[in-house]
Design a protein around this ligand. Structure first.
Ligand code: F6R
Length: 366
């Protein structure tokens, strides 16, 4: 049942190219230049007239929501707020019938997310679900939705659910951008053809597995670890840190790279590994100068870089390459080495990777 893999988590990491292909099926029609999603098409005006989109979720799904915030605002020009469902439900939020709420949940059973949906519905918002488990409570409670179609995720640590959530949300953002006229025809088509190449590029990213094992071996004894990223890759830094915490029990924190100087830089010394997502897009030069700041304080640098990068390689202790793509799609690639890094560290430390202590696959109590 683990398909020859030692753990479900590893199997599910390797399933991402096919999981994303399943997410695309019947939706991403590159030759026709169309994205087809019934849940959006049937409710298009709710979305295009929305004054704002509020995304509610927990944990890894909340991180996917943060990536979506960048892409929705960037492409579709709709203001987005991303909320922890557990906070949203208890803070008397301002919601009206002009808001669209998107609830993201792999299991479709998370109690806090469910409560946030009920509250939003009471206030008249249109609620759209992005779930993986077909027929789950959240998929039934929402007005409409789109499944991720990642297939069953057994490992407690979410992997393919995360990348397929980002995939679905990217498709939605592009669809809305097209409907609202906020994206040019050329740009829309460019995004579609880039999306099509992602599964194959994830295959390439997975080829770094042996190299990532070496990096894992080097840093497995660390007590703390910092993850930094900017722009689209700031949420990926948060997700990388969560993956390490939950399965290896090493304390890790994710930060926007530029926030480092507002506090966390005080932690940096020769015992602190810092994983920096520094793909050659977006704020590359700025991230490189953040790396210099870490280096001058003897921090150990693990750079997640674009294929062929030299500037970061010169500064870093290790680099892990991912293929080149457009900025908005980099999270689908940069996430892969971070998943593998956590996995190998946890295995080397003898932890129960698929069922970490104190955690449950679906959190049905608040
Ligand atoms: C982390 C993880 C959790 C879940 C969170 C939400 O790897 O699995 O943080 O992401 O409990 O679960 P869902 O998406 O089922 O609502």
């Amino acid at each position: 049942e683990k398909g020859g893999f030692e753990h479900f988590m590893l199997k599910e990491i390797y399933e991402q190219p096919s999981a994303i292909t399943d997410t695309y099926r019947g939706r991403l029609l590159v030759d026709e230049g169309v994205i087809r999603m019934a849940g959006i098409d049937d409710n298009l005006e709710r979305f295009t007239n929305a004054k704002r989109i509020i995304i509610v979720a927990c944990g890894t799904s909340w991180h996917a929501g943060l990536v979506a915030e960048y892409i929705f605002e960037d492409l579709a020009r709709i203001p987005v707020e991303v909320e922890y469902a557990s906070e949203f439900r208890y803070r008397n939020p301002v919601i009206t019938s002009e808001d669209v709420v998107i609830a993201i949940s792999q299991s479709g059973e998370t109690a806090d997310t469910m409560a946030a949906i009920k509250l939003a519905k009471e206030k008249g918002a249109f609620v759209f679900g992005v779930c993986n488990v077909v027929g789950s409570s959240i998929s039934r409670e929402t007005h409409a939705g789109a499944y991720t179609h990642a297939g069953p995720e057994i490992g407690v640590a979410s992997t393919k659910a995360f990348t397929t959530q980002i995939t679905v949300l990217t498709l939605i953002a592009l669809k809305l951008a097209k409907a609202k006229g906020t994206i040019s025809k050329t740009d829309f088509h460019m995004h579609l053809s880039e999306l099509e190449t992602i599964p194959q590029k994830i295959e390439v990213a997975l080829l770094s597995n042996d190299h990532i094992k070496e990096v894992a071996d080097k840093y497995k004894e660390a007590r703390n670890c910092l993850y930094l990223g900017r722009g689209y890759n700031f949420p990926v830094a948060l997700e990388g840190a969560l993956k390490l915490k939950e399965i290896s029990y090493i304390h890790a924190e994710g930060y926007p790279a530029a926030e480092m100087k507002h506090g966390p830089i005080a932690l940096i010394d020769e015992d602190m590994p810092v994983v920096v997502i520094a793909t050659r897009k977006g704020h590359y030069e700025k991230v490189v100068s953040n790396i210099q700041e870490i280096k001058s304080r003897q921090g150990k640098i693990i750079g997640i870089v674009t294929e062929g990068d030299t500037s970061v390689r010169d500064l870093a202790d290790y680099v892990i390459e991912v293929p080149d793509t457009i900025e908005s799609l980099t999270p689908l690639l940069t996430t892969i080495p971070l998943q593998l890094l956590s996995y190998h560290i946890a295995v080397m430390l003898g932890k129960n990777v698929d069922q970490p202590r104190n955690l449950a696959k679906s959190v049905t109590v608040e």
